[in-house]
Each structure stands twice: as structure tokens, then as C-alpha cells.
Design a protein around this ligand. Structure first.
Ligand SMILES: [Zn+2]
Ligand SMILES: [Zn+2]
Length: 259
């Protein structure tokens, strides 16, 4: 069972029992069970073993169409209660939830890196940026709230300005992968003053949830074109559907919280 760092007693974010962590150990055991995940897209692969590279399992979708990032790490499947907590983090002005959630992601990254001892670890942690208008409206970027905490815990450099999002464009539900990719063209850019410093760096791109992968794919491609040595994707949660070409990979609305 994964344990979170001790803290002052507070109600568990899921069951409201008093705990020393944001989510209590029984809830972690119930809702964040250890699960083998695809090396490339982090989709759950029940029944497989999380073997070290190069035997690490890769799902059929990633064998057929490998993503541009070298690895994806996710802590949990996107479902109750994590969808509720992510929605609160993003839409209900609760950036402090990133404290609890980032510890889960940090543990998933440590476990993933232990299975690739020959790989250089990501040495630059960048959040998927929000466009300025959205950042102004929300007041914070939930991806940066996760990224800065994980990077601090792991002792890696992090910055919220190297990757920028001048425009907010968003794929529409039901679009094909090609249409989603087109709708995101030009959404991201690397700060021109950082291009030299980015050359050859191993970047971890952080977001809250990996769904279709369209946004991450575009951001990753921009980083690689700008000279990053490699990119990996760290997300708190992963939807259980593959990063496929069909509209069936669009996640359903989060279920209503039970309490
Ligand atoms: Zn609990
Ligand atoms: Zn995969």
C-alpha cells in the first residue's frame, strides 16, 4: 500500500475520516490499487507485471502508433474519487489539493524510474500551460501546482514559463485524432529566450489527466522540435480508454460525488 507523508490531522478527502494525510490509507488501498501500466501511455494493463525496461509492457495501441513521448507515468485511473478531486482542484478553487495529489504522482514517478535504471531521469519539469485568459480566470494552473510540488520533492528543476500557450484552442468531443491535432496546431510555443537552454534536456511534461493525448502530443512535439532531448509525460490520472483515433476515447463526464 502506498503511504503519504505525515501531516496534521484532517478529514480524508474521500471518506472524511480523520487522517494524517489528505487521503487516508484505506481509501488509497481501495481507490489507488497498484496497477501495471503501459510504458508509453500509462493505460492500465491488468494481469501484466510492471517489468523493467526493455521488457516493460507496451499496449497494442502504442505498438501500432507510438506516442512522441518516451514514457507516460500516471498514478491512478481517472474515476471516482480522483475525478471529483481533480474537478475540485481545477474548477472549485482548491489548489491546495495538489499537495495530496502530487505525492501520489511523485510516488508513481519514483516507481517508474526504478524500472528504467539506464535511462537519464527527466531533469526539467514543465507543466502543460494554460492560455493567459484561462489562467487569469482560474487564478492558477493546476498542472503547475502539481509540477512544482513533484519537482521539489524529486529535486528537479521546474519552470512554468519555458513552454507557453499563447492561444486557447481545444479539441471538440467526437473529433477524430487528426481533427483534434489540427485544432491544437500553434497552441504551444517554447519561450524563444529558453531554446538554447532547452537543447538536449530530458523534459517531464506534467498535466492533471491524460485523456486522448491530443494536447500532450502537440505540446510534446513542440518541445522536441525546439531541441529537447526527450520528453516524458507525468499525469496524476489516466482515463481507462486508449489514446485511440475514435471518439470513443473521449472521457465521459465525471460522476456526481457521493458525498
Ligand atoms: Zn478515506
Ligand atoms: Zn500504451
Amino acid at each position: 500500500m502506498r503511504r503519504l507523508a505525515p501531516a496534521l490531522p484532517s478529514p480524508c478527502e474521500v471518506c472524511r475520516r480523520w487522517t494524517g494525510a489528505g487521503v487516508c490509507d484505506p481509501c488509497l488501498a481501495r481507490f489507488a490499487p497498484p496497477l501495471c501500466r503501459c510504458l508509453r501511455c500509462a493505460i492500465g494493463m491488468p494481469g501484466r507485471e510492471p517489468e523493467p525496461a526493455p521488457q516493460a509492457p507496451v499496449c497494442a495501441a502504442c505498438v501500432a502508433s507510438p506516442p512522441p513521448w518516451r514514457r507516460a507515468v500516471s498514478a491512478v485511473d481517472y474515476g471516482f474519487p480522483w475525478d471529483t478531486l481533480v474537478a475540485a482542484l481545477k474548477f472549485r478553487n482548491r489548489p491546495e489539493l495538489a499537495g495530496t495529489l502530487s505525492r501520489l504522482l511523485e510516488q508513481a514517478v519514483v516507481a517508474a524510474e526504478s524500472r528504467t535504471p539506464g535511462w537519464p531521469g527527466a531533469d526539467l519539469v514543465l507543466p502543460v500551460p494554460l492560455a493567459p485568459a484561462r489562467l487569469a480566470a482560474r487564478g492558477y494552473n493546476q498542472a503547475w501546482e502539481l509540477a512544482r510540488r513533484v519537482s521539489q520533492a524529486l529535486g528537479r528543476q521546474a519552470d512554468s514559463t519555458w513552454l507557453q500557450r499563447p492561444l486557447h484552442t481545444e479539441p471538440l468531443p467526437g473529433q477524430t485524432r487528426q481533427a483534434r491535432a489540427r485544432s491544437l496546431e500553434g497552441a504551444f510555443m517554447v519561450d524563444p529566450t529558453r531554446r538554447t537552454a532547452l537543447a538536449g534536456r530530458h523534459v517531464a511534461l506534467v498535466d492533471d489527466v491524460l485523456t486522448t493525448g491530443a494536447t500532450a502530443r502537440e505540446a510534446c512535439s513542440v518541445l522536441l522540435r525546439a531541441g529537447a532531448g526527450s520528453v516524458e509525460l507525468w499525469t496524476l490520472a489516466r482515463t481507462p480508454e486508449p489514446c485511440s483515433t475514435s471518439s470513443s476515447s473521449i472521457p465521459k463526464s465525471p460522476p456526481t460525488p457521493e458525498t
